[in-house]
Design a protein around this ligand. Structure first.
Ligand SMILES: *Cc1c(COP(=O)(O)O)cnc(C)c1O
Length: 225
């Protein structure tokens, strides 16, 4: 199937889920994860109406951003942040989903170019409590969120999590629900978050049911990597 068709199929699935769950139509956003995909494929998705794309690896991303600079793409960074790369992340992306430390947030803030709008941020949370996964311990999220809220060149939008290799729907749902609960707690503390970045190709249904506002979908759009 071509990308126009796979993209349409994913969107249709999302709309059907929104209807079934009585969520407002369009309340679940779609981020196309284009890591390991060439620029030609990104253009195909763009021509089918997709505007938000996400990349994990900075060097690879910068090449594509350069090649595709005549397109009105909103670039999201979802990969691991290395301290020595914050400047180029801050200069080239509109949204960073993978912040886990105050130090990197401060650098992104200080390095955000004056002529660009504020940089949108999500905090990445380790909801599985799995030692191999990137992300903050849930108990550390509130204090980091409050600290980031004071940085003028960042706009703290919400929380992000990755659930890896979990095929059981109930477990997926429980994991995502715990992130949603943390999101509610932060908003009760006045943090005004509007983004729950959760759900990939294999767990998007559970993520939508648990309150996702932004799916990050790679394989279901572009095929296997
Ligand atoms: C690769 C990746 C995705 C997309 O995963 P798919 O299984 O291809 O849908 C989403 N989020 C992050 C952080 C990723 O690294």
């Amino acid at each position: 199937m071509d990308i126009e068709s796979t993209l349409a199929r994913v969107k249709e699935k999302v709309r059907n889920k929104e209807r079934a769950l009585n969520r407002p139509l369009g309340s679940v956003g779609l981020l196309a994860v284009s890591k390991n995909q060439n620029s030609q494929k990104i253009i195909q998705a763009y021509e089918a109406g997709q505007r938000d794309f996400a990349e994990n690896y900075l060097e690879e991303a910068l090449e594509k951003i350069q090649t595709l600079n005549q397109y009105e793409i909103v670039w999201h960074f979802i990969g691991r942040i290395q301290t020595n790369k914050t400047k180029r992340i801050s200069e080239n992306f509109a949204f960073v989903h993978s912040v886990t430390r105050l130090k990197e947030a401060q650098r992104l803030n200080d390095q955000r170019p004056e002529d660009l709008p504020v940089l949108n941020i999500c905090l990445q949370v380790n909801i599985n409590n799995d030692a191999n996964k990137q992300g903050l311990d849930p108990k550390d999220v509130l204090s980091l969120a409050k600290a980031i809220k004071t940085l003028p060149r960042l706009h703290l939008r919400g929380l992000m999590a990755i659930l890896k290799d979990e095929i059981d729907y109930q477990k997926q749902y429980q994991g995502f629900k715990s992130l949603h609960e943390l999101f509610i707690l932060l908003n009760q503390h006045g943090l005004e978050l509007d983004t729950l970045s959760m759900g990939m190709s294999q767990d998007m249904d559970a993520a939508i049911a648990a309150g996702s506002t932004m799916l990050r979908i790679g394989r279901a759009i572009f095929g296997e990597r």
